[in-house]
Structure formats: structure tokens, C-alpha cells
Design a protein around this ligand. Structure first.
Ligand code: FAD
Length: 570
């Protein structure tokens, strides 16, 4: 069982208040099964921690929705016939990457890849995506939102979720803490002259650097810190990019690779000799080779914004799993892969005992640290390369305050307006950043309360795993009192504190080489038809995971179309 922190005393259960305990629990909670409905009991008493109170809450996340809504996603019967079948493709892992791969295989490549199986170790789909609901609040314990790129929007539309989509107000400011004040980040080039996050000198340095008046590239892979400082100056790095790296990767920018982590920006200098030169070149290239017409079913987000669904991010994995029906097996943990003359035999631990399935192709969308152990018997080289990837811990601490606890100068028309705030490591606060959850999307909290999702930990504060939930909330509360809250603000209500011991893969220097080594080693071991997918392969943002899933599906379909159809037996 995964962790449940600071939860809940639940005494009643209905279809809309189902509870799943997901997460390894520091403070063990008890999960009681009542037919298809589970009740989490075992409230956690918090002492100290600035008088933090425990709020009773009901968890409604992917686990329960999937299990309860459609038995199709449950485990099969003992002597299931599917085990004899040779699947065109088995997708391992039902996070966003695995589900979107399977969805694309079924809907876009169904004529070639006609039978797909998705297998998931946990009792729920969604992977990192973890929406929780209770006491009038709805919050995320993993990712909080996505950038609505076309692939992400296509996944939502293909899953029948057009009316469920919610997009944040593009005017919503983001803030960075600098010099004791929260300062807005420029929303676009027009804001550049007016914003006060950078000094005049910093702006000029960035402008000249972007035009190409800066030291030449060193001819080796640069860290994010090196690239940005060289191209745009120290201020842009310290005040914009360093906190941004915390926000996206919970990472250390002196170790993250510019090419691997922010490849699109890195490429601008490559193709155009400078960031501005590359931007012009890119615009020109786009004009000369216009992309295919945009899918007209997709909504057009106005400006820079982020998206989710009315009932949280878990809506998408649940909808895809519902579409795939009994092609999704949860509680199926892959343990071994063997090569056969048909393709591969995969062995699973399931509640009904060991299951094996045969497949012509497979894609592993599990984290690298899982893939490396499974692949070791097939290729020591691939396992070694995959063991280079680092996943630091991150904690998502969701708390709320009454609206009246906020400082007047943080309010616009009596409301907290904005996406959230980021805190550079130099500014004396531990919390990496705070999302204004109740301002960003509707129906996240009662009208009179402000729901805040705080991320803390990451590559530069790995000791977060040693902190108790009370200590974490106390730290976050202390930080917020220096920025957002009135001195006499009451203690926060604590809704969920979830520490991910291995949260987000870091695209550090050498990442792309390690990935190529892993793929090369699999090729040398004649593992054709075995694909690597998931966030450490394509990028950590949800939108990028979906794009990567579509690319994987295309490659799998191409592979399957080229191999002679064979039958096999288990
Ligand atoms: C705290 C946090 C905050 C984040 N915030 C954001 C954000 O706001 N916006 C954003 O765009 N991105 C964010 N991200 C990143 C994003 O959530 C992930 O990159 C994305 O969800 C990864 O999806 P995935 O399917 O590749 O991997 P996962 O979600 O990790 O899915 C892999 C699946 O494989 C399963 N699995 C593991 N082992 C086995 C096995 N042996 N057999 C079968 N199945 C197995 C796992 O149980 C899991 O379900 C955040 C991530 C974290 C952790």
C-alpha cells in the first residue's frame, strides 16, 4: 500500500465518497472493504505543528473510481483465456504514458495493432496522477495541472471529456519571491520593460545575450545554469530559471542538462546562433513547412494557460481506462520478460497467482528504476544505463486557510488571484512553490477558504523523506506567513501530505546518452519490439508524456505491421 498521510476519519460511504488508501503510510491508516466501497479510518492526530488541525476527509481517487465504476478494469478470473492469446502489444504501466499509448494503439492504429493489453501493478490507473476529494475540497497529490498542448487536448477529446475540461485564466499572474516580495513574472514580451523582478542591468544583459552578444557555447553539454547564465545572464538564471527548475523538476539546475531538460530552448541557439536568431529561424521554418491543419475538434486555449478537469486530473486516466475496458488489468505486477520465437512472454504477480501472457511487442512505461531490474536478465547493459537516472523525493502538502487569513495586499477584489508562486533557493524559504489551487480551477474549496498546494523537497532537499507530516506542514506554514498570510492567521487545515520518495526523473547531464545506451543495449540483445516509454524517456510534463505516447504507438504499429503474424501458446 502506498502512503496516506494526515487522513481521515470516515464513517459513511457512498459512490461519491469512496475511499482508497494509496500511498505507503508513515502513519498507517486502515482500509476496510465494504463490498465495492472502501472506508479509510484512522485519523491522525497532529500535535505541535503550529497547532495544525486534522480535517476529516474522504479520498476519491483513481483507484476507487476505476474499480467501482467498471468491473472491467478489475483482475481476471483464475483460468482466464486471455493468457493463451498472443497480444500484438502489451503496455506495461497504466500511468498517463501507458494509457495514452494504449488508447492511440486502439483508436489510431487499430487496423494493425488489433489486440492490446495494459497491465498495471497498482490497484488503480493513473500512476502519479492522484486526485483526492473530501469535505468540500478537491486536490491533487501528484501533478496539479497540464499545459494544454494539442496532444493533451486530443487525449481529452478522444476520451469524451470536452465538457469536463477546465482551463486557468490566462491573465492569472505567477509570482516569484525575490528580496522579500512576491513579484509577478512577465506574461509575455510586452510586459518585459515594466516588471520589477529583474533590474535594468539584468534586462539589458538578457536582451543583448538573447541577440547573441555573449560568450560562445563551450562545445560540451551544458547545465541549465551554465546555458542560461551564459546566454541571458545571472539575474535571469537566479530569479526566473532557477525557481522554474524547482517548479518543473524539483531539480538542481547546476546538474540538469539544458539540452535534455529544455531541448526546445537549447535548440534555438543551435539553429540560429542565438536565442532570438533561433526564434526567427523557427518561425521562418514553420512558414516554409506549415504543420498539418490543426484538428478542428480541439478547443483553442486563449494565451498561456494550464488545464485540468472539473473533477481533477484523474478524470482522464479513468476515462481512458473505461474506454479500454477489459484490456486493462490492474493489480498485475510485471516481474519477468523472456524472449520467445513469437516475441515475448511476460510473467506477472497478481492476486490470483502468477499469470503469463505472450506478446509480439511490448512497451515499458514504468519508471526507469523498475525497468532496469526487469530488463537485467535480457540486457545487463540496458540495466546499467537505466540505473543512471535519478528520481529525488518531493512532498505535496495541501492545506487551507480562511480567506480572511490572507494579507490585504495579496488580494484582488477580495480574492487571491493567480496561478501560484515560486521561491528561489536563495530566498530563505524551504517550500519550492505554492499553487493557488482554489484560484486556478473552480470548485476546489468552499467559497470562504483558500486551498494551497505546496511542493517541498526535491533534488536540493532530499532530507524531506525524514520529516514527519507535522514538520512538513509546520515548515510550509512558516514560509507562507512570510509571504501570503497575516501574522495572526489561524493554523492551517491540513488536507493531504504526500511524500513521493522517487518523484520526478531528473534530466541531468548525460541523460540523453544514457537513454541512447539503454536503447542500443536492447538492440544489441536482439530485443526488437521491446520499446521504452514514459516520462524519463520523453519528458516529465504531462503533455509531453501524451506526445511521447503517440510517438510510441506510431513506432509500435510500424513494428507490428512489419513482423509476420505468428500464433503462439503460453
Ligand atoms: C509530485 C509531482 C508533481 C508533478 N507535477 C506536475 C504538473 O503539475 N504538471 C505536469 O505536467 N507534470 C507534473 N508532474 C510529472 C508528471 O506527473 C509525470 O511525469 C507523469 O505523470 C508520468 O506519467 P507516466 O505514465 O510516464 O509514469 P507513471 O505515472 O509513473 O506511471 C507508471 C506506472 O507504471 C506502474 N508500474 C510500476 N511498476 C510496474 C510493474 N512492475 N508492473 C506493472 N506496472 C508497473 C506504476 O504503478 C505506474 O502506474 C509531477 C510529478 C510529481 C511526482
Amino acid at each position: 500500500m502506498e502512503r496516506v498521510a494526515a487522513m481521515a476519519t470516515v464513517s459513511s460511504c457512498s459512490t461519491s465518497s469512496l475511499v482508497a488508501a494509496t500511498g505507503s503510510s508513515k502513519q498507517a491508516a486502515n482500509v476496510q472493504s465494504l463490498g465495492s466501497c472502501r472506508v479509510l479510518s484512522g485519523g491522525v492526530k497532529l500535535r505541535g505543528a503550529a497547532g495544525v488541525r486534522v480535517v476529516s476527509a474522504v479520498r476519491e481517487n483513481g483507484a476507487v473510481r476505476v474499480v467501482s465504476k467498471q468491473a472491467a478494469v478489475s483482475t481476471p478470473t483464475k483460468e482466464s483465456a486471455v493468457e493463451k492469446e498472443v497480444y500484438d502489444c502489451v503496455v506495461v504501466g497504466a500511468g498517463i504514458s501507458g494509457l495514452c499509448t494504449a488508447q492511440a494503439l486502439s483508436t489510431r492504429h487499430g487496423s494493425v495493432v488489433s489486440n492490446v493489453l495494459v497491465t498495471e501493478a497498482k490497484d488503480r490507473v493513473g500512476g502519479n496522477i492522484t486526485t483526492v476529494q473530501g469535505d468540500g475540497f478537491l486536490w491533487e497529490e501528484g501533478p496539479n495541472s497540464f499545459q494544454p498542448n494539442d496532444s493533451m487536448l486530443a487525449a481529452a477529446i478522444d476520451s469524451g471529456l470536452k465538457d469536463e475540461l477546465v482551463l486557468g485564466d490566462p491573465q492569472s499572474p505567477r509570482y516569484v519571491l525575490w528580496g522579500g516580495r512576491l513579484r509577478p513574472v512577465p506574461a509575455g514580451p510586452a510586459d518585459l520593460p515594466f516588471f520589477d523582478l529583474l533590474s535594468i542591468f539584468g534586462k539589458l544583459r538578457a536582451g543583448f545575450g538573447a541577440m547573441g552578444l555573449r560568450p560562445a557555447a563551450p562545445g560540451r553539454e551544458e547545465s541549465v545554469k551554465e546555458f542560461v547564465t551564459r546566454n541571458l545572464g545571472q539575474e535571469v538564471f537566479e530569479r526566473l530559471i532557477e525557481p522554474f527548475c524547482s517548479g518543473v523538476y524539483a531539480g538542481d539546475p547546476s546538474k540538469l542538462s539544458m539540452k535534455a531538460a529544455f531541448g526546445k530552448v537549447w535548440k534555438l541557439e543551435e539553429i540560429g546562433g542565438s536565442i532570438i536568431g533561433g526564434t526567427f529561424k523557427m518561425i521562418q521554418d514553420k512558414k516554409n513547412n506549415p504543420p498539418p491543419p490543426r484538428d478542428e475538434r480541439l478547443p483553442k486555449p486563449k494565451g498561456q494557460t494550464v488545464g485540468s478537469f472539473k473533477k481533477g486530473l484523474i478524470t482522464l486516466p479513468n476515462a481512458i481506462a473505461a474506454q479500454l475496458g477489459d484490456k486493462v488489468k490492474v493489480n498485475w505486477k510485471l516481474t519477468t520478460i523472456k524472449k520467445t520465437d513469437v516475441g515475448y512472454t511476460l510473467t506477472y504477480e497478481t492476486p490470483e497467482g502468477t499469470k503469463t501472457v505472450n506478446a509480439r511487442s511490448l512497451v515499458l512505461t514504468v519508471p526507469a528504476y523498475v525497468a532496469k531490474e526487469i530488463l537485467r536478465p535480457l540486457s545487463e547493459g540496458a540495466a546499467e544505463a537505466l540505473s543512471q537516472f535519478y528520481y529525488p523525493p518531493v512532498c505535496a502538502a495541501t492545506i487551507s486557510y480562511p480567506l480572511s487569513a490572507l494579507r490585504e495586499d495579496r488580494l484582488t477584489d477580495g480574492k487571491l488571484f493567480g496561478f501560484g508562486q515560486l521561491h528561489p533557493r536563495t530566498q530563505g524559504v524551504q517550500t519550492l512553490g505554492t499553487i493557488y489551487s482554489s484560484s486556478l480551477f473552480p470548485n476546489r474549496a468552499p467559497e470562504d477558504r483558500v486551498l494551497l498546494l505546496n511542493y517541498i523537497g526535491g533534488a536540493q532537499f532530499t532530507q524531506i523523506t525524514e520529516k514527519s507530516d507535522e514538520e512538513i506542514v509546520k515548515t510550509v506554514d512558516k514560509d507562507l506567513r512570510t509571504m501570503l498570510l497575516k501574522p495572526d492567521a489561524p493554523a492551517p487545515q491540513m488536507h493531504g501530505v504526500r511524500t513521493w520518495p522517487t518523484a520526478i526523473p531528473q534530466f541531468t547531464i548525460g541523460h540523453l546518452d544514457h537513454l541512447e545506451s539503454a536503447k542500443g543495449a536492447l538492440k544489441n540483445a536482439n530485443c526488437e519490439g521491446l520499446f521504452l516509454g514514459g516520462n524519463y524517456v520523453v519528458g516529465v510534463a504531462l503533455g509531453r508524456c501524451v506526445e511521447g505516447a503517440y510517438e510510441s504507438a506510431q513506432a509500435i504499429a510500424q513494428y507490428v505491421s512489419q513482423i509476420p503474424a505468428k500464433t503462439g501458446s503460453s
